[in-house]
Design a protein around this ligand. Sequence first.
Ligand code: ATP
Length: 926
Amino acid sequence: MATKTLTNDDFAKMDISQLQEQLGTSAEGLSHDEAAKRLTQYGTNTIQHGKRQSQLLSFLKNFTSMMAILLWVSGFIAMFAGMVELGIAIWAVNLINGCFSFWQEHAAQKATDSLRKMLPTFVQVTRDGKDMQINADDLVPGDVFAIQAGNAIPADARLTEVSSMQVDESALTGESVPTSKRSTYNHGEGQFAEKNIVYAGTVVTSGTATAIALSTGMQTEFGKIASLTQNEKQTASPLQQELNRLTRQLSLIAIMIGVVFFVLAIFFVHYPVAKSFIFALGMIVAFIPEGLLPTVTLSLAQGTQRMAKKHALLKQLNSVETLGETTVICSDKTGTLTQNQMTINNVWLPTRTYAVTGTGYVNNGHIQFGSKDFDATQDADLSRLLQIALLNNDTQVQAPATSQDTPKILGTPTEAALDILTAKAGLDKATVAKEMPRLAELPFDSDRKRMTTIHPTADGGRVIYTKGALDGMLSISDQILDGGNVRAMTEADRNEINHANEMYAAQGLRALAFAYREVGADSSTLPQDNKAISIDAAERHMIFVGLTIMADPPRPEIYDAVKKCHRANIRIIMVTGDSALTAKSVAVKIGLTSDKVRVITGDELNQMSDDQLREAVKGEVIFARVAPEHKFRIVSTCQANGDIVASTGDGVNDAPALKKADIGIAMGVTGTDVAKDAADMILTDDNFASIVAAIEEGRTVYSNLQKFLLYILNSNVPEAAPSVIFLFTRGLVPLPLTVMQILTVDLGTDMLPALGLGAEQSEPGIMDQPPRPRTAHLLNKSIIWKAFGLYGLVASVISTVAYFFVNKMNGWPGIALASNGDIYREATTMTLAAIVFCQIAAAINCRTQISSVFSIGIFSNHRIWWGIAFEVLLLACLIYIPFLQGLFNTAPLGVSEWIFLVVIPIPLFLLEELRKYLVRQHHAKQ
Ligand code: ATP
């Protein structure tokens, strides 16, 4: 195979046999062995984007933030002022903090990358004469593959058979109007203008085609461009922006406080300048929120990983916060609320109904059944319906590889159900399809909700077979098949058909209608050129045959998921292509709405003004028989009402609504590549319950960040209090906590329990609260009050008492408070230890906002307890290792001091449990 010197343009000009010869392939596709060989030769079909930011650069970034620079300078000044040890300590802390941040960002990046790998794209290829699905990464040049509306084109390829295909090539050419494709070449077509070549990275917006891959991966035109482009810059999420702002503001406040304390120390306490500076430095270090940003990024990334386990893949970390704010979910019905497991229960023909029973199975590529359920040969009308069902059908049911596997469906469940039905009637698909090959097709689209195929008849004419949604089918039918005869359709016929449909729809069943029209060999009503047949020319004056009635049961998890949404004040609006009656019946059955619900159809929606729609979406409402374009309007209207909207979608035409929604949710199993590309989140199981699980996780992540923030702010007040006491007693009370000791709390003992809080499970009742308003701030009044007012103050009192306790044990007030020597060191050590023990209580208390910690299990979060163990161990090291004693100005504590310390968390814990209890009581009363 010598493809290297040939361009796409050369391939475009070849005829098919020349092309096959050139690429060493045939209509049967490549053999498995050849495909494997080519995969090694050409590599996987993947695109590597431009270089990532170098590891070194992203490592260094952690040492050049405003906060880091502040600490570098502080360390330098400390050294300059003769406090070499302190300077080194500050630098060491800055270094550890930077490494820790880098590790957290790296872990977050790894988590996001692994999510990307969970999103494979599949291609339907022909190899060794058999159709099969393979991972798009394994496609090789020479592979014969099928594409249809919604597919991302996996490789540069030459089209060999085309049916009304349009391709959006904007990713490559910038042209947003879709290009029509065909299998032939016209002279004068240049690079990117060849109508019979499709390019990797573009998407099929309508139609179907068969193609032969010319080049894959980095050899494609898209690959060549991608290798030149740099990695797109990830924009910071609103939450990260808020945190950036918060970090900057807190750092500025810290500096201001530092300056004020510096001036006061010099002029009010008459402290020497160098000492005043160190003193002020302590205040700055106490208030700077080190480690805040990377911890938030890591906990968002961990949140997305937990969501992935619950079948919801998020493409961007940003979406975690939006999920928690969701107020409305616009959801499809089929496959999302229901199982998309179509079973045909009845075939309805005018005046008679056939019940369909029995189970089918697939054996050796054929569907087989224990018994034939009904004999189609006895009823000409039924035979006709079954023939339409079999031939107007793109789905294949493949034999399972082993007896334990289930049959594989290449196509849609609706059409697979039709395949099963025809097999139950004893029809062999391969034989019938050979007798009546497909001459042309007008593929299904969710706007007209029909599909048509055209086949030859024995007398040299053609027959048009159409299936689709009943209302549309009735509007294109003016005759009816009745006992083998065709007659004009009367009003009574229409009423009878509609009545039957209503009866089934009221039970939540779906009706699919079938019709046909025969065209003589010399008829002028249909163009002779099959490729030139339009929808309008084919789908008219049809002869109505009958209905198949399918059941699609609700998903078992849906009942609980819907209840959860209602409790969480999240409204669900069903937006479906199915009929109004079926939609309503399913909605009422699963508890989504009451039977008073307003059902608006696509036609009614077209008549409604924007104001009328705005009012309608505020109440209980369902949209039925809508086209995907309507979904965009519904989503926008809800947003105009101030709602935060999550919307599901699977088709090509759903993409605008998915992009418009605050959270676009694509179906991972049945969704098209286009929908997945437009979405923010992909459901790997297509299940509505997974959306609710993701929303719950989104709320949890946000509330964990608040817990984390509360915890780290909690220690700021007791860290600052000693300096305030020192200042306002004009140095009468010697500084109860040194700068080095403040550093150990902020960057040592506090770190691990804080991380543990980021991984806390959902708090009971998190889905019993209304969604968080968009305007809410992460650092809200309640956190400020708790951190600075309540617990900060209590911890300040406790640590100050601890300081005086040591002095008291050593003779104070009989003697003056020690300002140096062993007693002073023991007293400051005790202040430090008391703050650490207050933080132990805080770590446990912060685990819940209003629930009792007992209700989530006191030991259920291991990370917190490991964090606490580390905290105590580190404290012990600081107190008992002689080298560290020197560095941090600490001294060993006695037994009574340890008893004092160990008791501290108990009243703090009980006090917080009491507060939570009172809040719960208050909520219950409301
Ligand atoms: P939802 O919008 O909730 O996913 P849906 O599956 O009914 O529900 P569409 O896929 O847009 O929505 O289909 C709309 C209607 O088109 C169906 O109710 C059915 O009557 C008809 N239909 C579905 N699939 C086909 C098909 N392959 N050929 C012909 N008609 C079809």
